[in-house]
Design a protein around this ligand. Structure first.
Ligand code: MN
Ligand code: MN
Length: 316
């Protein structure tokens, strides 16, 4: 038997139960600074399904992550209290409205606990009920990496899908479009109403062409300018990356960010007024090598480092 000082992060990485980054499993978020959560739901996909398997595979690949960040030299697990609080449970798994209510309720509990949520999806539709849980009392800003703006209207006779969460969020006053930046946008579309909604509502949309033209450092400065010092959420859709790096996703689009650019970009976001983040659209059925899940886990670790540093500064 292991004693109370047992730390799975000090075990060989192929051992022990694969929680997110081998952090402790703690169902109750009380006392945590950052709560890592799985939302295994993909009922909003418009193309290739399977992102519901994302949390489990991200947990598995996240065993490769370790503590100390090689740039900041900070160890998020030492400067704040981090745990895996498990997956959002669903009361009626095939009832979409019940699923949304379950997610919203779960995140309201996280908010009330004082912890910042860091989520592995799931398709991008989950970020909408997450916002309902954490942004009801005031709109938040957002840094959004994606090939798609996810501000589309009705699709296939439904307004709810993974291409619409941020349109809903703006309409409901959860997301402040003027404090929102969308980065990596590209690819042909059947209709352009999503692009137009983003622009017309006042979001800063950085298509991939402009991203390449400006370079990472200028895009970092632009993101920091747009969100300012208000509460800000980071949402990372792995299809924002080039499918060379992240092929295991539902709606791949070539010509995207490299993993290096994504890491460099995220490392430029230190000490913003962050309130949470997520990594979505890892789709294990299209990821036989596991590399997309590894990329998802590592991006999640970058976001964890940002959240941990903010939590530690607030605690001082
Ligand atoms: Mn998306
Ligand atoms: Mn996308």
């Amino acid at each position: 038997m292991e004693g109370p000082a047992f730390n799975p992060q000090n075990s060989p990485r192929y051992m022990e139960i694969p929680t997110f980054m081998r952090s402790p499993l703690q169902r109750d978020p009380a006392g945590l600074d950052v709560a890592m959560i799985g939302v295994p739901y993909d009922g909003g996909v418009t193309c290739r399904a399977g992102a519901r398997h994302g949390p489990r595979e991200i947990r598995n690949q996240s065993s490769m992550c370790r503590g100390i960040h090689h740039v900041s030299r900070l160890n998020p697990f030492e400067i704040c209290r981090v745990a895996d609080v498990g997956d959002v449970g669903f009361s009626k798994i095939f009832d979409r409205d019940a699923v949304l209510a379950d997610i919203e309720r779960f995140y309201r509990r996280i908010l009330e606990s004082g912890a910042m949520p860091l989520t592995a999806g799931g398709d991008h539709s989950i970020t909408y009920p997450i916002f309902r849980g954490i942004a009801r009392h005031r709109p938040i800003g957002m840094i959004h990496i994606d090939a798609h703006t996810d501000t589309w209207g009705e699709w296939g006779g439904s307004r709810f899908h993974h291409g619409s969460p941020f349109r809903y969020a703006v309409e409901e006053g959860l997301l402040d479009p003027k404090r929102t930046i969308q980065i990596g946008i590209r690819g042909g579309q059947a209709v352009d109403d999503g692009w137009r909604f983003s622009a017309d509502s006042g979001m800063r949309v950085v298509f991939i062409d402009e991203f390449v033209e400006l370079g990472v450092e200028k895009v970092i400065a632009e993101a920091r300018r747009v969100v300012g010092d208000g509460p800000t959420y980071i949402t990372f859709d792995v299809d924002g990356l080039d499918p060379v790096y992240a092929p295991g996703t539902g709606t791949p689009e070539i010509g995207g960010l490299t993993t290096r650019e994504a890491q460099q970009f995220l490392r430029g976001l230190r000490r913003l007024n962050l309130v949470g983040g997520d990594v979505v659209e890892v789709c294990p059925p299209f990821d036989p090598s596991g590399n997309t899940a590894l990329v998802g886990a590592t991006i999640m670790y970058e976001i964890l480092c940002l959240l941990a540093e903010v939590a530690a500064a607030r605690a001082r």
